[in-house]
Design a protein. Structure first.
Lengths: 115, 113
């Protein structure tokens, strides 16, 4: 069965520092991959998605992620953290060709940004 | 265009009570789903629907029922609430089951005493 692992339940960075949130998937066939962000007391918002086109995907708010098949990874990065980036981030996968369209989520990484 | 709406935002129930969480979308999306979010667990799929009249179980369906009589609405019913169902519930929808973005509602925070 598909699964997704997010390394680190909490990540803390200083404002202006690089943000790196890790995501690995387990599947012999590369799935579709998504990153969602959840601000406090809100629903989830799509940051970016990989759908087997370009391996480097750019999203909203300056975030990007690179799909690496050899490493089964889809890590999320942002060159310079802002205070407003403090939120919880979820990586999710969806099997290619699946008829159900269900997302399988990782357990989330809470990002803190220190002034 | 309201997107995905959920009511109520907060609810407190006693063990054994029943209730319905409402979800509606105005984007003419075929695919709708319900997730529950628990600390350290991410989001887990409860039930989903690929169109009106079609529903199926997700990862954690026990204690919940759904129906889809219209494209717009996808209510989630708790038959006999238990403390283990204390959670935040999110409804989501997308145009299809492919790579289309899933849009999430603002959530319902449920506490079962």
């Amino acid at each position: 069965a598909q699964s997704v692992t997010q390394l680190g339940s909490h990540v803390s960075v200083s404002e202006g520092a690089l943000v790196l949130l890790r995501c690995n998937y387990s599947s012999s066939v590369p799935p579709y991959l998504f990153w969602y962000v959840q601000y406090p007391n809100q629903g989830l918002q799509l940051l970016l998605k990989y759908t087997s086109a370009a391996t480097l995907v750019k999203g909203i708010n300056g975030f990007e992620a690179e799909f690496k098949k050899s490493e089964t990874s889809f890590h999320l990065t942002k060159p310079s953290a802002h205070m407003s980036d403090a939120a919880e981030y979820f990586c999710a996968v969806k099997p290619v060709g699946g008829s159900q369209g269900n997302l399988i989520f990782g357990k989330g990484t809470k990002l803190s940004v220190k002034p | 265009n309201a997107g995905v709406t959920q009511t109520p935002k907060f609810q407190v129930l006693k063990t054994g009570q029943s209730m319905t969480l409402q979800c509606a979308q105005d984007m003419n999306h075929e695919y709708m789903s319900w997730y529950r979010q628990d600390p350290g667990m991410g989001l887990r799929l409860i039930h989903y629907s690929v169109g009106a009249g079609i529903t199926d179980q997700g990862e954690v369906p026990n204690g919940y029922n759904v129906s889809r009589s219209t494209t717009e609405d996808f209510p989630l019913r708790l038959l006999s609430a238990a403390p283990s169902q204390t959670s935040v519930y999110f409804c989501a929808s997308s145009y299809s089951t492919g790579t289309d973005t899933q849009y999430f509602g603002p959530g319902t925070r449920l506490t079962v005493l």
